[in-house]
Design a binder for this molecule. Structure first.
Ligand SMILES: *[C@@H]1O[C@H](CO)[C@@H](O)[C@H](O)[C@H]1NC(C)=O
Ligand SMILES: *[C@@H]1O[C@H](CO)[C@@H](O)[C@H](O)[C@H]1NC(C)=O
Ligand SMILES: *[C@@H]1O[C@H](CO)[C@@H](O)[C@H](O)[C@H]1NC(C)=O
Ligand SMILES: *[C@@H]1O[C@H](CO)[C@@H](O)[C@H](O)[C@H]1NC(C)=O
Ligand SMILES: *[C@@H]1O[C@H](CO)[C@@H](O)[C@H](O)[C@H]1NC(C)=O
Ligand SMILES: CC(=O)N[C@H]1CO[C@H](CO)[C@@H](O)[C@@H]1O
Length: 458
């Protein structure tokens, strides 16, 4: 008996060779006088292995998906089967809007990337695939060399699935070899004569407004693995980048933005984000933003619906802090403010504390490592006594001292809602630390009980 995959060793088989052996050859209706023996060449072979016709059909559908896309007509089980069989190298214009989220996209992801943490993508393999695919394309985009169409053509395929973009590098344009004359005539050349590349990095304004579902955007202007070709220019955005990015962000919907910039560019960006209808989170951590940038951000706070502001690790001193505090004391919508690792000192810390006394919405405040001392702790304590919105306070790594600690402890022991208070490394008296911790723990357990009750009533 010759199956499809069997080695054709004639001498072992007593059956006449027919082009398509069927099960009928084995039927007992055959002439019973003739002794027939069937020796399967594959010792594991059995009738049970003959695939169902439906299986063969589904396999054929999977093989021919590109020429004849049949997917939506299948029932869930059949789809599952086809997803397992489809080739992962099918062109995206065939699969993108046809194959639903599932095993197929899992296979595509795992084929392409070693590490795939689907939980990071809302448990959607399809979302992971398209987000990372688009990120890769943007990260390899070379201005003036790569055609923008290569990315724009992807938009209709991926826009339904891309919620977050996390761009970890942007390539600069390829540098023309410097002309010799330039070296001594640079002073004569004025700006109008400048004939550099037409853009500096990938221009997001052509893309972001088309991604309807984009919610989060992270961006770093840098080049990874630049090796010996290192130049400072590779890191950081230019003013033109800044303008085009600001334009791009304007068209975005609910947005969390995380961008690495300098002080000046921060101002430019923020200026363009004023009155943004849906900017919710802004993350400028690990930049060199100073007081002028902080002032711009203060203005943004009073003219936006920002809820989370992260200025971790910047260069903000007390003038900047005062600007932010001023905005806070007006009716800002901010819920979380992180100023950790700046240089507020007490002028800055006190102004933040005073702002909290006025009406505000803040729930989380981080002033860790800011060289603030006792007076700031006193100001924050006063705010705690007056207004009960704060839930978590982080003052770690500041020299609050014994007096600061005492003031905090007294404020905490009145009717507050604080469930998190980090005062490690603040030189606060041991007894105050333990009293504060007691309040925090008891409030935490009250909170937990409340949550448990809410769950029950639901
Ligand atoms: C601040 O409050 C006033 C009065 O309630 C309101 O008119 C104004 O729009 C608010 N501003 C912001 C940024 O919410
Ligand atoms: C906030 O406080 C200011 C002055 O403290 C007051 O004029 C303003 O009406 C208050 N706004 C809200 C929304 O409570
Ligand atoms: C407070 O900030 C420090 C320093 O970043 C951090 O290690 C700590 O976890 C924070 N505390 C809380 C309660 O988040
Ligand atoms: C404590 O605060 C809560 C809400 O902030 C308020 O309902 C309650 O009356 C206050 N209790 C006391 C004793 O001030
Ligand atoms: C937190 O603890 C303080 C001091 O024990 C208490 O006055 C306050 O009511 C507590 N807050 C909550 C929300 O339970
Ligand atoms: C939100 C809130 O509770 N605001 C109060 C803060 O404290 C001042 C002064 O006690 C009150 O006037 C605000 O209503």
């Amino acid at each position: 008996l010759y199956g499809d995959n069997m080695p054709q060793k004639k001498n072992f088989c007593l059956m006449p060779k027919s082009p398509r052996p069927s099960r009928a050859t084995l039927s007992p209706a055959e002439d019973s006088n003739k002794m027939r023996r069937v020796i399967a060449e594959d010792p594991d072979w059995s009738l049970m292995l003959v695939p169902f016709l439906s299986t063969l059909c589904l396999e054929s559908i999977a093989r021919n998906m590109e020429k004849k896309p049949i997917f939506e007509e299948l029932n869930p089980l059949q789809r599952e089967f086809v997803q397992g069989k489809l080739s992962v190298s099918l062109p995206l214009h065939v699969t993108a809007n046809l194959i639903s989220d599932g095993v197929y996209w899992k296979r595509c992801c795992e084929e392409r990337w070693e590490i795939c943490d689907v939980a990071h993508y809302g448990n959607s393999w399809k979302r992971m695939f398209f987000e990372r695919h688009l990120e890769n394309m943007i990260e390899l985009f070379i201005p003036d060399v790569t055609q923008p169409e290569t990315i724009l053509d992807m938009v209709p395929l991926c826009k339904n699935y891309v919620k977050r973009l996390d761009i970890s590098q942007l390539l600069p344009p390829i540098k023309e070899p410097q002309k010799e004359e330039e070296e001594y005539s640079t002073e004569l050349v004025n700006d109008n004569d400048y004939e550099g590349p037409s853009i500096d990095h990938f221009d997001f304004s052509i893309l972001l407004d088309k991604l309807d579902n984009l919610e989060e955007f992270h961006l770093v202007y840098r080049v990874r693995q630049c090796g010996m070709n290192f130049e400072w220019e590779m890191f950081g955005m230019t003013d033109r980048d800044c303008e085009s990015l600001a334009k791009a962000l304007k068209s975005c919907k609910t947005l969390k933005v995380n961008i690495h910039t300098s002080d000046k560019q921060c101002r430019l960006l923020v200026k363009n984000l004023l009155d943004h209808p849906s900017l919710r989170e802004l993350d400028f951590s690990h930049n060199l933003i100073g007081d002028r940038g902080a002032r711009a951000i203060g203005k943004l706070l009073s003219r936006s619906k920002l809820q989370v502001l992260n200025m971790y690790d910047n260069n903000i001193r007390d003038p900047g802090a005062r600007a932010i505090a001023h905005a806070l004391s007006k009716n800002s919508t901010l819920l979380s403010l992180n100023l950790q690792l700046n240089r507020l000192r007490d002028e800055g810390g006190q102004s933040i504390g005073q702002a909290l006394i006025k009406n505000n919405t803040l729930l989380h405040l981080h002033l860790g490592a800011n060289e603030v001392t006792g007076p700031s702790a006193v100001a924050i304590s006063k705010a705690l006594l007056q207004n009960n919105t704060l839930k978590s306070i982080n003052l770690s790594s500041n020299k609050l001292g014994v007096d600061g600690g005492k003031a905090l402890q007294e404020a905490m022991s009145t009717n507050t809602t604080v469930t998190e208070c980090d005062i490690r490394l603040t030189e606060v008296d041991e007894s105050d630390v333990s009293l504060i911790n007691q309040v925090v723990w008891s409030n935490q357990s009250v909170e937990l009980q409340k949550q448990a009750q809410e769950k029950k009533t639901k």
